[in-house]
Design a protein around this ligand. Sequence first.
Ligand code: TXA
Ligand code: MG
Length: 310
Amino acid sequence: MSGKYATERLSDDPAGIARAADLLRAGGLVALPTETVYGLAARADDDPAVARIYRAKGRPGFNPLIVHVASLASAEALAEFPDRARELAAAHWPGPLTLVLPRRRDATLAAAVTAGLPTVALRCPAHPAMKAVLEQVGGPLAAPSANRSGFVSPTTADHVLATLDGRIDAVLDAGPCSAGIESTILAVRPDGRVELLRPGPIASEKDGADTSAIEAPGQLATHYAPGKPVRLAATGPAADEFMIGFGGIPGDCTLSPSGDLAVAAQRLYACLHHGARSGKPRIAVAPVPEEGLGLAINDRLRRAACPVEP
Ligand code: TXA
Ligand code: MG
């Protein structure tokens, strides 16, 4: 894809990390690996840089971004931490957990990051390359998943380039992401109540969280769409279907032949990208059990199968 920028592919070494940090400090857009999916990063305190994220992704302005920080101390400068939030951060950071918390009045964040909400979504990721870039930049980075809005999320640098080549300054290629689906999002209200806004790799946090109330704004739209119809709970493919298998059900591509849900989560988006690129006009997906990580996998699959943009 051609575009305004010659997108650089940086390697996961000190020179690549230094270049990524330089581009970001100067207000650029760099796709960075995390343990969940690749994120499209920009300085969270820089209005024009944050505006460029929305433009590059084609993301609607009402959908706020996750702010990535190097430490709990940096997070505390941006949001109020009820005790329960501090406990969750202590248990899961650095890692695949995003906390939605009351935004501090004095938080130095571009207004567009929170899309006018009184809350801010914060995550301290564990990926070594992401951590190194955060430390070198020396401030928080806003980063949604590094895909054009509505498309399948990226778990490799090639997935990033499939929709953002020419639209961003660089991608730091650190190979495939280990968890493979986006972070679990929990909102902690000022009274300590916890709500699950998006299921993710930290499946146990569903217990005790209110799952009924609201969702992350971005979760309402059709999402993760491979650009062709997706049929779920398929026991086998029709002639014109690209089959994504699981467990005992084989496919053109298989989430996990042994039925391992962690492997299935890790491979989910790669399989959807394969299906999107295949010559077949439709995709079918074998059933995945609705338990543990399967809850997050099925959440993404249902959205991938949702036919129309609301
Ligand atoms: O694993 C992840 O979370 C990845 C990596 C890059 O960190 N990021 C990611 O970002 O998935 P994105 O933008 O694709 O999804 C963020 C979700 C959206 O559904 C957005 O609406 C929600 O988080 N969100 C952000 N700020 C929020 C807030 N203040 N209140 C409620 N939801 C929020
Ligand atoms: Mg996304």
